[in-house]
Write a protein that binds this ligand. Structure first.
Ligand code: GLU
Length: 449
């Protein structure tokens, strides 16, 4: 099996493109086949080196590798020209300057459902001659067979007047030359397929890759947002880069993308990459649109975060935040965060000092709160050690002595040491700060009016 991922580098790698890349990769790895990476850079203005790099970067981040390429489509223009020339010489293609108006006029005479056939001219754009009889049958592994009767198909334009070939022509020749056996791509390309199959059959008839089999096709279902509309920026992060910046783990993203239109068949949602490779088949890909729901991705990411060894999670959070020495804070935050980006808002104040949340102060550092805090300060001064258990015990005595509810003691303390009401566990946070720093922060909060 030889499959390909063929992005057009016109911007960031979007979630749909990443899903296509992943499905091709899983298929190749499952079958022991090869994945060819082809960069479809024929849109000269938008296909910048930066955009190519962005796509490679996103693939690397997702840990998706390829066996051949990247092949640049523009580097193959000579070969495209040769195939075009062979078709012209064999009379399978012809020059035609017919315009959209001409096509309209043709249909007015021959019938609206009649495919356009042009008169060969000496020069101009090039159209492929669609055979008069029969049909082109597209075999789609996911959708079954679709027949396109030739009488209804226009002779498609395959090259411009200047000899440069059009997209559907280049794709077909490139797939043929790369020996692609399975074309797996988004459903938006479904309508291109009969044109590409026609090109493939025509060039094979004139000796190009005559013994290569036609590839099989598989069109992956559309992606929708949670509201059932086509996935777009409105639904949140739309590109792989945005997911990375939002603090998702590549392995969680990979797992989630795999579930967009494919299922293991037993409702399993948390699947390691090896499990995905073992279980992935095109037969289990659905025809129905799949829903990308960032809430679910976040949940799944949380599962992955909790299952990482703490030192590994620390390494990733340190890389993400650009800070060092976070291991203890990561340990006490691991159960509470869903993304790498959740860490700093939760625990950053342990390093950078309390934030200022006037609402929290007002709510928890009134007369009662300050009185509780004074007791806390006294109790924490006298503990024998200063680990989590000693802190818990000291706070327990304050709660008991004051006849207070736990949060009437914990929350003032939390606001004093972090500035707000959100932090890792209170005993863990206090123990991490240590006796002196905790005392300093409490004193500062009490001095503030
Ligand atoms: N270059 C096309 C795209 O990025 C994909 C073409 C194909 O897979 O055949 O949408």
């Amino acid at each position: 099996m030889r499959v390909r991922f063929a992005p057009s580098p016109t911007g960031a790698l979007h979630i749909g493109g990443a899903r296509t890349a992943l499905f091709n990769w899983l298929l190749a790895r499952h079958e022991g086949g090869e994945l060819v990476l082809r960069i479809e850079d024929t849109d000269r203005e938008r296909s910048t080196p930066e955009n190519v790099e962005q796509i490679l970067d996103a693939l690397r981040w997702l840990d998706l590798d390829w066996d051949e390429g990247p092949i640049l489509q523009t580097a193959r223009s000579q070969r495209h020209g040769e195939a075009l020339q062979a078709l012209l010489e064999a009379g399978r293609a012809y020059h035609s300057n017919a315009t959209a108006e001409d096509v309209k006029a043709y249909k007015a005479i021959h019938g609206a459902d009649r495919g356009f056939r042009g008169e060969p001219q000496a020069e101009g754009a090039v159209r492929l001659r669609v055979p008069d009889d029969g049909a082109t049958v597209v075999h789609d592994v996911i959708r079954g067979e679709t027949r396109f009767e030739h009488v209804h198909l226009d002779d498609p334009v395959i090259a411009r007047g200047d000899g440069s070939v059009l997209y559907n022509f280049a794709v077909a020749i490139d797939d043929l030359d790369a020996g692609i056996t399975h074309v797996v791509r988004g459903e938006d390309h479904l309508s291109n397929t009969p044109k590409q199959v026609l090109v493939l059959e025509a060039v094979r008839a004139v000796g190009f890759g005559a013994d290569a089999p036609l590839p099989e096709y598989a069109h992956l279902p559309l992606l929708h947002g949670p509201d059932g509309k086509k996935l777009s920026k409105r639904h949140g992060a739309a590109s792989v880069q945005e997911l990375r910046d939002a603090g998702y783990l590549p392995e969680a993203v990979r797992n989630y993308l795999a579930l967009l239109g494919w299922g293991a068949g037993d409702d399993a949602t948390v699947l390691s990459t090896q499990e995905l490779i073992d279980r992935f088949t095109l037969e289990r890909v659905s025809r129905n649109p799949a829903r990308f729901d960032e809430v679910k991705l976040k949940w799944l990411n949380g599962v992955y975060i909790r299952s990482l060894p703490t030192d590994e999670l620390t390494r990733r959070i340190e890389a993400f935040t650009g800070r060092e020495g976070l291991e203890r804070a990561v340990r006490i935050s691991q159960e509470k965060i869903h993304t790498l980006a959740d860490f700093w808002p939760l625990a950053g104040s342990l390093f950078d000092g309390p934030t200022d949340d006037p609402k929290a102060r007002e709510r928890w550092l009134g007369e009662e709160g300050r009185a509780a805090l004074l007791d806390v300060a006294a109790a924490l001064e006298q503990t024998r050690g200063f680990d989590e258990a000693s802190v818990e015990e000291a706070l327990g005595t304050v709660i008991e002595r004051r006849g207070a509810k736990p949060r009437e003691v914990y929350q003032p303390l939390r606001v004093a040491i972090t500035g707000g009401t959100i932090s890792p566990g209170i005993f863990e946070s206090v123990a991490l700060l240590g006796r002196e720093e905790t005392a300093r922060r409490i004193a500062r909060a009490l001095a503030r009016r």
